[in-house]
Design a protein around this ligand. Structure first.
Ligand code: ZN
Length: 259
């Protein structure tokens, strides 16, 4: 009984494989993914996670192999503004996120649904057209939403360049003027360690010293539809959130000595 969704995903993947080379592959595939995910709502978390992992495996594998039809890398960064905002996220996925996996995840979680139903009037013509991000690494397009990822040991890794707009805030105006920093893991009910906070603080101090601490915000503060980066990010009635820890640490200047 419980393996049914996995069997269903196997069947879907067999059908999807030959479709991936079509420019509009996502028009038929994304609704099927949404339906499958919708059916999992009442299933145990372990099964939901297993299906999600299998789904991401499939798209990462085919994206890396170049099996998925993509458009020419037209620039989408024309709206980039001076950076005055830092948005903190978590990947809400298992730790150790590979850049290639993040790219595949965001291709099907952000880019493909957007190209299937473009919301901005000027983008209507994108519907059904091959997907592009305009962000190229080693000759291949990447679909990263974040500029940086912060690992469990506090190390920070660069993803997007600052000149590139990340699709991360769910708010284009914020995307255009911000950089996105993501914790590598699921912090929904967890606090990042002091070392991780130091990593974030040092990164901001070193690369974005002119951004006011008032404009260091969590994803949930610019998009109320999400709890990202954590339910414990903001202060609650009797507990200080870890945003306060981060700002206190940066205010003290501790962060500047690390990284
Ligand atoms: Zn987020």
């Amino acid at each position: 009984m419980t393996s049914q969704p996995l069997q269903q995903l196997n069947r879907l993947q067999t059908r999807w494989k030959p479709l991936l080379s079509r420019p509009d592959w996502y028009l038929s595939i994304i609704p099927e993914i949404e339906e499958l995910v919708g059916e999992l709502v009442n299933e145990p978390t372990s099964l939901r996670d297993a299906v999600k992992a299998r789904l991401y495996d499939f798209f990462e594998f085919h994206l890396v192999r170049g099996d998925i039809a993509l458009g020419p890398p037209c620039s989408v960064d024309g709206d980039r503004k001076p950076i005055d905002t830092i948005v903190i996220h978590h990947t809400s996925n298992p730790r150790g996120m590979r850049p290639s996996r993040l790219s595949a995840i965001e291709l099907i979680r952000l880019y493909a649904p957007y190209f299937a139903k473009p919301t901005y009037r000027g983008d209507k013509s994108r519907q059904g057209q091959p997907i592009y991000s305009g962000h190229v690494r080693n000759g291949e397009q990447v679909f990263w939403p974040y500029h940086w990822i912060v690992r469990h040991d506090g190390r920070t890794e660069r993803l997007l360049q600052d000149s590139e707009i990340g699709w991360h805030a769910g708010n284009w105006e914020v995307n255009c003027r911000s950089v996105a920093i993501a914790l590598d893991g699921d912090y929904e009910e967890d606090r990042p360690s002091f070392i991780e906070l130091q990593g974030i603080g040092a990164l901001i101090r070193r690369h974005y010293p002119k951004v006011s601490l008032l404009r260091v915000v969590g994803h949930r503060e610019v998009n109320p539809k999400t709890s990202c980066p954590s339910n414990l990010f903001l202060d609650s009635a009797n507990v200080a959130g870890w945003k306060s820890d981060l700002l206190a640490l940066m205010g003290k200047g501790d962060a500047a000595t690390v990284g």
